[in-house]
Write a protein that binds this ligand. Structure first.
Ligand code: GAP
Length: 522
């Protein structure tokens, strides 16, 4: 049986990954804190993304904008006017719920993209009542999702500002500054990682829909006439997605496998859009997500955001259904046009190649950090009955602790030597020293947090300056010289070495069975 989202939330709390925010005051709906191990995973996700899409490319630069900016930014972007969800209010208990969620839960049909009038019709035709008090719902209304605040000591209309609901707009607002100061030329991207805030009507599904979350976004600027993406090489053209097209959705079909070449022939997306979807889809697979748990979903025309002409989501097969973890929109030049109009500044740039001034178009790969975290966790989680404990098969790059070091027993110089081993590793990796419980228990504890390698220091270590390294996924063990340990662990973590070739294979393994106290905890 797949782990439910509630069970995942409990697991995350128990293991120090995620805590409900301000829990000592009974919590706050839609807000979560990352614990000591969670923050390591989250930081690794962000580092991997930044490295792949900014540092290892010569056509993307980064910025770090503010959370609060001139409210004009959000007027121009259309967020003040239309960044809203449809909400219904119970006339009796005054509970407010998201209209599309109410329809989905009551009628078990897709609610995304439904307008207020559609929701009113469905509520009345199906006599849908308030799930809490069975009262009648009033007319559906739109509810703006931006958090408002005041800047400065005066609290009036003039001092209203908003917490950013996406990181993207800061990129557009800084576009000219980047172009004027950095040697960028089309096509190029500007990336940003940071917090976003949305006053979700009904936050739910743990980290999936929260009110404060993080995004990693790229605005990739292209000349409006540049229709052919030279980065889309043969390998990318052969790349295969699981795809649910808008046609599939209207016919209630399930997704099918399609190559990029095939999708381009069917004019499902533009070349630049295809290129970025391949990059992001491959990023998930490269970090260990099983391809069968990923798919692309084409947005239906009536669900497209106000700024986009085409959009594909990358969805993950969560226990609560296929859900968006990434959105990749073709935004055209909607945003730059809007900011040009509202600011009165000319945001056109000179394009050397065509010797002309242009307002570039944009492909926007937009990634939620927290939803990526959730997908990585679900994908890695294995309830290993044979071992008798959970195994978190996280990609080594994402594992919160890379290596754990144990003395076999807590006496006769083994703790001292183990600490020396830890000191040798700590300058390169996140290391945990663990001396409590049986070795089997320590293995189990580290399996549960995804530690790829455990190192045991035993009596022989005192004589031969070697230790036993155990591989999380296979439980195989090799004997390795302490002086080579750091190098070997580094090689293994970066996927360059074969475990069995790293040392002398140990046939008689140190106990794998978790001790009774681990079983009790489960
Ligand atoms: N700039 C475009 C944009 O913000 P979006 O589809 O609204 O597009 C992009 O958001 C990504 O941000 C989503 O795919 C998701 O991963 C994440 N996201 C959006 N709302 C979220 C929420 N309430 N809680 C957690 N993550 C969210």
């Amino acid at each position: 049986m797949a782990l439910s989202i509630e069970e995942m939330a409990l697991f995350c709390k128990r293991k120090g990954l995620i805590f409900p925010n301000s829990e000592i005051y009974n919590g706050m709906s839609g807000f979560y804190d990352y614990g000591p191990l969670g923050v390591e995973i989250k930081n690794s996700i962000k580092q991997s993304w930044w490295k792949s899409f900014v540092q290892q490319r010569d056509d993307v630069v980064g910025i770090d904008g503010t959370i609060i900016s001139s409210p004009q930014v959000w007027v121009a972007s259309g967020h003040v006017g239309c960044f809203a969800d449809v909400m219904v209010e119970c006339t009796k208990c005054k509970a407010r719920v998201r209209g599309d969620h109410l329809i989905e839960e009551s009628l078990k049909i897709k609610g995304e993209g439904l307008k207020a009038e559609d929701i009113d019709k469905l509520v009345s035709e199906n006599n849908i009542k308030c799930p809490s008090c069975k009262g009648d719902f009033g007319k559906a209304d739109s509810f703006n999702l931006m958090f408002q605040t005041f800047v400065g000591p005066n609290q009036n209309k003039e001092s209203i500002a908003y917490l950013r609901p996406e990181t993207a707009q800061l990129i557009f607002a800084d576009f000219k500054s980047v172009c004027d100061t950095c040697r960028v030329k089309l096509p190029f991207g500007i990336a940003q990682v940071g917090k976003a805030f949305r006053n979700e009507i009904s936050p739910r599904d743990f980290l999936f829909r929260t009110r404060e979350f993080e995004q990693m976004e790229i605005e990739f600027f292209i000349h409006p006439n540049d229709k052919s993406c030279r980065l889309l090489d043969k390998k990318a053209l052969r790349f295969k997605f699981n795809v649910l097209t808008s046609k599939d959705q209207s016919k209630n079909n399930s997704h099918s496998v399609m190559s990029v070449k095939n999708m381009l022939a069917k004019k499902l997306f533009s070349e630049w859009h295809a290129y970025w979807l391949v990059q992001l889809y491959s990023w998930f697979i490269g970090l260990g997500v099983k391809p069968e748990n990923l798919r692309l979903r084409e947005h239906l025309k009536d669900e497209l955001a106000h700024y986009s002409s085409a959009c594909f989501d990358i969805e993950y097969n969560f226990p609560f259904g296929w859900k968006e973890i990434h959105g990749c929109a073709d935004r055209g030049n909607f945003d730059l046009t809007q900011h040009k109009k509202c600011s009165g500044r000319n945001l056109e740039i000179f394009d050397e190649a065509t010797k002309s001034k242009v307002l570039p178009c944009v492909i926007e790969p937009s990634q939620g950090v927290d939803r990526a975290f959730l997908a990585f966790l679900f994908d890695a989680y294995v309830d290993d009955k044979e071992r008798g404990n959970v195994l978190l098969k996280l990609h080594p790059l994402l594992a919160p602790v890379k290596v754990a070091v144990f003395p076999l027993v807590n006496k006769e110089g083994l703790p001292e030597l183990s600490k020396k081993v830890v000191d040798g590793l700590r300058k390169d990796f996140v290391v945990a020293y663990d001396q409590s419980g049986s070795v089997g228990r320590r293995y189990a504890r580290n399996d549960e947090i995804g530690t790829p390698y455990c190192v045991t220091v035993d009596f022989d270590s005192l004589k031969d300056s070697s230790v036993t390294v155990r591989d999380r996924d296979t439980t195989k063990q090799v004997r390795v010289k302490i002086k080579s340990l750091s190098k070997i662990i580094g090689k293994l973590l970066s996927g360059k070495g074969k475990f069995e070739k790293c040392g002398k294979v140990v046939e008689k393994v140190v106990s794998e069975a978790p001790s009774e106290d681990v079983k009790e905890q489960q």
